[in-house]
Design a binder for this molecule. Structure first.
Ligand SMILES: [Zn+2]
Length: 66
């Protein structure tokens, strides 16, 4: 098995997620690439698991705050 392509894809989507979070942090409105609904950013003070999620759940990125 050759995992090199998989790793490349993973890091690419990782970078996309990082970029998405960055835009959300700046207060930009971002749409989920799948369902086209707004992605909401959840911060630790929101008392839910921090992350970026759309209403349907196809975008679900966990965030870790230290
Ligand atoms: Zn979605």
């Amino acid at each position: 098995m050759d995992f090199s392509n998989l790793n490349k894809q993973t890091s690419k989507s990782f970078n996309q997620q990082k970029n998405l979070i960055k835009q959300l942090m700046k207060g930009k409105l971002m749409d989920c690439p799948k369902c086209k609904q707004a992605i909401k950013l959840y911060l630790p003070e929101d008392k839910v698991k921090p992350g970026a999620r759309c209403a349907k759940g196809c975008t679900d990125i966990d965030l870790e705050f230290s």
